[in-house]
Design a protein around this ligand. Structure first.
Ligand code: 6R9
Length: 647
């Protein structure tokens, strides 16, 4: 299969932090002598007490433990704020763009952000919040969300952000699990012109959470919402009464920084726990190298702070590096499908980092929405969250980036803290759809299902064989589950849950979660591969493929397909798509069923909920499990009503 390769543009090779030779050399050092490598790169932070120990990690059951820089102390908020005041105090830290066009944007300097964080940290302390205590944050994409995170970090409280799109039940479950007695929220959120009743959701959730005694509420829309005397606090007036001085607490490198809940394949969401020192080194270093970030550049990561990408690449990574980070409250298609690129033009964004699902949605609307904007400021594009199909990659490159901007397709997970497999723009020739090569210190390996190590060009289960500083340290309240989930499948290794192919050039191609791998007539196939082929068809906007039981092949291929808006799907198109996939991949990939669907079931972060599609594919629809986290649960009803009759 002759795939396209995009060489490193010469101006990037010449000017970037690392070129190809530099990458090889740094990578070699990082895996041959991690102690020395991380002792050096650990210096990128301001430590209160410098570390003398670097790496103390084991993935084996007998002496299991993950500790980095363990005897050092630091404060992450000081690393994000105080350290920049002398040199960049008046530089803009956060450029905030509101949901609608009618409201002004906000520019918050490092000095202002420092002051806001100190006042809010003092408010938390006044409310009795102590080091190690959990603070639940349920806020929209407003600068105060970053203020709240940094204020927690300043006093050593552990934040647990719950995405503002989650239901009261989901919020209550997360508050209860980490036993937090304080919740930060706003009256309402604004997204795509619609109001989200955040305070009402909190009031509803707290009926199940008797332990919560304090709610600090930001006024965003000024809506008339309930106010519980003695419990609820008005954010702005209470913070204004606090002093703007708050000395940063001395925090141990292995003291917890945050909890972030994420769903696994089984059970209730896990509280992924990250600690301070290693995470800070990882988030700042990956942000600097992956985006080739230089102070002064305008950088925009379009993720919500409710997801790990928002933690590491909207707030912590960029601010540690003294960046100007854009924070966008809204959605890509409001008021229309030009919005992302209008914001790029408005702020002269140089680096844009987004998700394939948004790109595919915009691609479906046609090129005009993009082309009527300039985007001349863009230098670099990024992708994260799911495999980006080559079709969307090419569109992103050609239409959004005017064939000028490298694309860094960054593979990583909530659990990994930051980017793990990713191109570096000055070093890595790009192959559309491949996350390419490991970041410094990352040792990926591919195993077969029995745990045997596979060499060379092959595909298998993606594991990481040694620890890296940004790795999660535990599941909140369930250390045993941490070990069982990630280190028991393949002994002595971190199991990512992803399937992956490595090509002749040592490039990694994530094929999707392992449970999405299907085996058709003895051929292992990534569902992403078939989806990618389908999406490459001019009439297809999005596709999701699952396995289905098949008498002869073992597993058959069931494809859910969403067409472009102007297309009326019919039997002729179905046949055309079957032939198309056979042509694109080969007869082994022939779809057995194609179901046209106006929408796919997605979580609010845009991930397709394959569990539901798999059940439909398996014709096991009596219990679809929890659908409460879907962005639009009615999508499922439509899928069920329109299942093709199977023989
Ligand atoms: C950062 C984030 C993690 C899962 C991961 C994988 C998928 C993320 C990807 C990617 C292919 C990429 N994933 N980035 N797959 N290429 N560039 O998304 O964290 O929400 O925990 O999801 O997302 O399957 O295992 P998280």
């Amino acid at each position: 299969m002759g795939e396209a390769v995009y060489p490193v543009p010469s101006e990037w090779a010449q000017n970037a932090l690392v070129d190809a030779a530099g990458y090889d050399e740094m990578y070699r050092q990082s895996v041959e002598n991690p102690e020395a490598f991380w002792a050096e790169h650990g210096q990128r932070l301001d430590w209160i007490k410098p570390f003398t120990k670097v790496k103390n990690t084991s993935f084996d059951e007998a002496d299991f433990g993950i500790r980095w820089f363990e005897d050092g102390t630091l404060n992450l908020s000081a690393n994000c704020l105080d350290r920049h005041l002398a040199t960049r105090g008046d530089a803009i830290a956060i450029l905030w763009e509101p949901d609608g066009l009618g409201e002004p944007h906000r520019e918050i300097t490092y000095r202002q952000l420092h002051e806001d964080v100190c006042r809010f940290a003092n408010l938390l302390k006044a409310k009795g919040v102590r080091k190690g205590e959990r603070v639940t944050i349920y806020l929209p994409m407003v600068p105060e969300a970053a203020v709240a995170m940094l204020a927690c970090a300043r006093i050593g409280a552990i934040h647990s952000i719950v995405f503002a799109g989650f239901s009261p039940d989901a919020l209550a479950g997360r508050i209860t699990d980490c036993d937090s007695r304080i919740v930060l929220t706003s009256d309402e959120g604004l997204r795509g012109g619609r109001k989200v009743p955040l305070k009402a959701n909190v009031d509803e959730a707290l009926k199940q959470c008797p332990g919560v005694d304090t709610v600090i509420m930001l006024r965003r829309t000024g809506a008339d919402v309930g106010f519980v005397e003695g419990r609820d606090v008005d954010w702005a007036s209470a913070a204004a009464q606090q002093s703007a001085d708050c000395a940063p607490e001395e925090i141990g490198a292995e003291d917890p920084l945050f909890i972030l809940y994420t769903s696994g394949s089984t059970g209730k969401p896990k509280g992924v726990l990250h600690t301070t020192g290693g995470y800070a080194v990882w988030a700042s270093m990956t942000h600097q190298y992956v985006f080739d970030y230089r102070p002064g550049q305008i950088y925009w990561c379009a993720a919500d702070i409710g997801w790990v990408t928002g933690h590491s690449y909207v707030v912590y990574g960029p601010l540690m590096n003294g960046a100007t980070t854009v924070m966008f409250e809204g959605v890509p298609n409001f008021p229309d499908a030009s919005r992302f690129w209008q914001v790029v033009d408005k702020f002269k964004v140089e680096i844009f980092y987004g998700a394939p699902t948004a790109l595919r949605a915009l691609m479906r609307e046609g090129d005009d929405w993009v082309k009527k904007t300039s985007r001349a400021s863009l230098r670099l594009l990024g992708s994260v969250g799911e495999p980006i199909n080559p079709e969307a990659w090419e569109w992103y490159h050609k239409v959004v980036g005017d064939s000028r901007c490298p694309i860094v397709d960054t593979w990583w997970q909530t659990e990994t803290g930051g980017a793990m497999i990713t191109p570096l723009p000055g070093a890595t020739p790009l192959k559309p759809g491949s996350a390419s090569r490991p970041f410094f210190g990352v040792k990926p390996a591919l195993l077969d299902n029995d745990g045997a190590l596979l060499e060379g060009a092959t595909d298998g289960c993606l594991v990481i064989t040694d620890s890296w500083p940004g790795q999660m340290r535990s599941v909140w309240g369930d250390h045993e589950r941490f070990f069982q989930t990630y280190f028991s499948t393949f002994k002595g290794m971190y199991f990512t849950g992803d399937g992956c192919r490595r090509d002749e050039d040592g490039y990694y191609w994530i094929t999707g979660r392992i449970d999405d791998v299907i085996n058709v007539s003895g051929h292992r196939m990534g569902t992403a591969e078939i989806e990618s082929a389908l999406v490459a068809h001019a009439k297809v906007a999005e596709a999701a493929v699952v396995g289905m039981p098949h008498d002869i092949k073992g597993q058959g291929i069931y494809a859910f397909v969403t067409c472009n808006v102007e297309v009326e799907p019919d039997e002729a198109l179905r046949r055309e798509l079957v032939a198309w996939v056979r042509h694109e991949i080969g007869p082994i990939a022939t779809p057995d069923v194609i179901q046209f669907a106006p929408g796919l079931p997605k979580t609010r972060s845009g991930k397709i909920m394959r569990r539901i599609l798999r059940k439909i594919g398996e014709n096991d629809v009596s219990n679809l499990g929890d659908t409460s986290t879907l962005a639009d649960p009615s999508v499922v009803d439509n899928l069920l009503a329109n299942r093709p009759l199977l023989a």
